[in-house]
Design a protein around this ligand. Structure first.
Ligand SMILES: Cc1cc2nc3c(=O)[nH]c(=O)nc-3n(C[C@H](O)[C@H](O)[C@H](O)COP(=O)(O)O)c2cc1C
Length: 193
């Protein structure tokens, strides 16, 4: 990887690598590990799907889930995309997090199949439930309804201030390029692997 071949905008570069991985057969290149920090400073991490890529990285979730609560307290996150065989790449980012507009969440909600919308409506993510049967009964009680988006469900956008592109090299001499954003825009530097 030559830093000169990377896009000046690392968000565009992320989109390129995700699509190259998809083209190479990766089934879910938009899956990313999302790390947040709880109020008492303990990190937490889980997978989510990138559902939008513009001046930030957008994912959708339950605002009242553990991650939603953590982001309300500390609106910063780190994410990692692992794009394994055959491209052998990793993209890391850290940034500030905001809710997307209700209109953006509504638009995405309407792209989901009705059954998924019913499941998201019935499931209060990260709360303790008595059994799977209780959850299934809550979904069944909605019948064939096409529920409107619950206010507690929507998108977050991570606006990165740093991003790092890693590509496997021969004999452990991997390539790493980090982008940092300042008032003038993005600057990149090569890092030792
Ligand atoms: C590949 C994959 C993709 C996932 N995508 C999402 C997602 O986009 N949004 C979401 O809320 N949970 C997603 N999940 C479930 C989360 O990993 C997690 O279990 C859930 O969001 C609750 O996390 P929390 O209790 O830390 O808030 C996904 C899980 C996997 C394995």
């Amino acid at each position: 990887m030559d830093p000169a071949d990377l896009d000046d905008d690392p968000l565009c570069q992320l989109g390129r690598w995700v699509e190259e991985a998809r083209g190479a057969g990766e089934e879910l290149p938009e899956a990313m590990c999302l790390a947040t920090v709880s109020g008492d400073g303990i990190p937490d991490a889980r997978m989510v799907l990138m559902r939008g890529l513009d001046h930030g990285v957008v994912f959708f979730t339950d605002y009242e889930s553990a991650k939603g609560r953590e982001l309300a307290l500390n609106p910063c996150a780190a994410s990692v995309f692992h794009l394994p065989h055959p491209v052998r790449r990793q993209v890391r980012l850290r940034g500030t997090v905001d809710r997307v507009t209700p209109e953006e969440s509504d638009r995405y909600w309407m792209t989901r199949p009705a059954a998924s919308r019913r499941s998201a409506t019935a499931s209060h993510q990260s709360t303790v439930i008595e059994s799977r049967a209780v959850l299934e009964a809550a979904v069944a009680s909605l019948g064939d309804a096409e529920p409107a988006r619950p206010a507690r469900w929507g998108g977050f956008r991570i606006t990165p201030f740093t991003m790092e592109f890693w590509e496997e090299g021969r004999a452990r001499l991997h390539d790493r390029v980090r982008f940092d954003r300042d008032a003038e825009g993005w600057r990149s530097a090569r890092l030792s692997p």
